[in-house]
Design a protein around this ligand. Sequence first.
Ligand SMILES: C[S@@+](CC[C@H](N)C(=O)[O-])C[C@H]1O[C@@H](n2cnc3c(N)ncnc32)[C@H](O)[C@@H]1O
Length: 377
Amino acid sequence: MDIVTRLLLAGPDPDAVARLVDEAGLAAVAAVLVDEVVFRCDPPANTHPVHVVLDITAGTETARTALRLVRDEPPTAVDNDAEPVGMVLRFTAVDLACRLFGGTRRGGDFGNRFLPAPPRDHAGPDPLMRAAAQATGTIMSGLAAAPALGELSVRYGSDKWASFHWYTRHYENYLAPFRDRPIRLLEIGIGGYGRELGGASLRMWRRWFPRGRIVGMDVVDKTALTAPRVTVVVGDQSDPGTLLAVAREHGPFDVVIDDGSHLNAHVHSTFATLFPHVRDGGVYVVEDLQTAYWPSFGGVDTDTAPGHTSVGLLKSLLDGLHHAERVSAATPGATAGAVVGVHVHHNIAFIEKGRNDEDGLPPWIAGRVRGEGAASS
Ligand SMILES: C[S@@+](CC[C@H](N)C(=O)[O-])C[C@H]1O[C@@H](n2cnc3c(N)ncnc32)[C@H](O)[C@@H]1O
């Protein structure tokens, strides 16, 4: 089992992290922790380049990483001392891991040394001190809870908020219960066009779910976006065999998001294949329902979308949700028995999976009030 998986499983358990450090070695664990902090932190704000040093300790051992921070560049690990050290931050590996992957903040979990070696010929203390404070704040933001999902969407360049769509407020509502759990999320459609590799939403999910494993699938090869906790698969969602292989290898999933081709036929076939691989209590999301009305996507421009469209699929799920109320006492199919909620907002739907086993009206009252004589078989 790799170090990231073991850290995710260890969660808030300090003994499990300590055992991992013993077995895998401090250097290997520290490298994973630093990578996670650097990924999570806000973009650097300091215009004056400065180093922040992370010392990660276990017993008498220390793993040291110097990070160079300056605005418009990602924090980068460096082994030269061309820039002044603005701050040394000290963490034990156990405390840092528990904070990042367990959501716990243990008492006295870090220490610092401020400006250990400001060079005399430097531009002066004020810009350096300000840069050091900004850069240190940037690194510490990597240990904090994630910002709002809309902010992350804009930061990484997804269109899920303040762009073509306003989806993240709905995601925040429906996915909040999964935030701190070691979930598995599959998103079909990674995005990025032309020379842009994309991956905006994969980064957004990785940041928002601190213990989540994210799988992205796209018909275009985007495997270069593979990162800790992020797996990228090449595949066409129109092929159920490919979807099944992904589900068998990486599922079952807590969350599946269909943000791929948005062709209505694909929305149907992808749902039919993947919904059985969503865990009970999980959520299946379909984005961009507008294509139900667009002929170029196999939709129909009518007041009432027909069954073969994405909106038609949702309407059939509503019927299945109420199977117990049918006068003809229809036996529910596997999907009807497993859909417990269908929440539709402008262009996006959240389908909740569970056990749809609520009874309908009891027989001694049903016959009188349901108009069974009028039932169609
Ligand atoms: C709207 S973008 C996804 C945006 C991304 N999820 C985000 O929120 O930033 C749609 C993606 O679906 C991919 N796609 C299109 N047809 C597909 C198919 N048949 N199977 C899998 N992916 C497909 C495209 O290559 C494109 O990257």
